[in-house]
Design a protein around this ligand. Sequence first.
Ligand SMILES: N[C@@H](Cc1c[nH]cn1)C(=O)NCC(=O)O
Length: 450
Amino acid sequence: MDTRRAWWIWGTGVFAYLVAITQRTSFGVAGLHATERFDATAAALSTFTVVQLLVYAGLQIPVGLMVDRFGPRFMITGGAVLMCAGQVQLAFASSIPEGLAGRLLVGAGDAMTFVSVLRLLPIWFSGKRIPLLTQLTGQFGQLGQLLSVIPFVALLNLQGWQTAFLSVAALSVLSVILAASVIRNFPSGVEQDLPPTLRQTGVSLAQAWKQPGTQLGLWSHFTVQFAGNVFILTWGFPFLVSGQGLEPAAASALMTVFVAVALCSGPFFGRWVARHPLRRSSLVLLIIAATAAVWLAVLLYPGRAPFWLLVVLVLVLAVGGPGSMIAFDFARTFNPVSRAGTATGIVNVGGFVSALLVMFCVGVALDALYASGYSQGELYSLDSFRIALSVQFLFLGGGTAAILFIRRRVRANMAAQGQNVPPLRVALARQRRLRKQRRDRRRDASAGRH
Ligand SMILES: N[C@@H](Cc1c[nH]cn1)C(=O)NCC(=O)O
């Protein structure tokens, strides 16, 4: 493999994903300006985010199939073209339908990027590096949020709506140029398979879906990703400020801690997964258990939770993002490279569907509690949040049951191929025994020298 070239190609893919995250998050930070520009209510504004996320989630499987058919270069370049067109449309939009059309294009272009970048990894890198590179792709991409929060917001305040959105559109022009000129679907000299026919594409989708490893990835992504997304994108800030009575500055500081912890913990997960590929689902279950435990502690705490407990909550929720990337490792390792895009697309639907559903259910519950008089005239009261946020336990519990059920099928398939996964207890006891043997040998050798 041409190593230097592989790094350039991966770097360009990561840049395209980082720009996609900037486009994805740019509207969220422009909420006040959007309210004024479109003369919109809060509900109308929330449709922008919902439309964008629905388009993103709905396109994951078609996009996965297309990546396997047309290759990552075409998809990453095409995605950047769509996002550029969407942001230009938004820059000039003066009504809600015109604005929605722009966000729809952004959602579609965004949907084409991440799956295509991950599809580059098994082509250009050896298997051992891939878990860490998968994590780094996810975490570097998240830095795109910072571009939205700092320079984009500054441009918006100083130069206005059009200049700010045209500037982020220009970032996508850069992505188009870089992706088209740097990214290659295959190393030179590697014989390329003929693109699959429509019938083969259908067969590939059915095979990727039927593979229990893909379903394990889908349910892992579904269960691990949503809690962090719901917290950082929607209900976290009102819960901390109105529910828990924190100053907005303290809540913002916790949100910053969230982003930093998510960034730093990614490489740890990547290395751990590369070293213990048979224990990936145990790590997923551990993250789910920690999420449920910390929410239980915060929501059951009599009165407002102490600050240290809120810090623990943020730390645990922050690892959900990198933790959810383990799901893509299931997709990659249980499917051949030729359908890796399709399997990744299937897995990526999980976390976005659960996040959308939970965000929606929490909103509906808060509104219902307000309308019933339970929250005593305060939409975001702590008691209402206790009930509304508890909906997460249904998703955590249901997702865990699905993971345990499918894991049994995955392990049965592996056993049929001669690869037995010993129970964690047995594996840990063996590890302890080996460590003790190594220590004894070292002690005997040093005793022999004296
Ligand atoms: N799990 C996320 C990525 C992530 C990494 N850290 C926090 N979030 C994911 O599924 N990403 C897909 C995408 O298109 O962003």
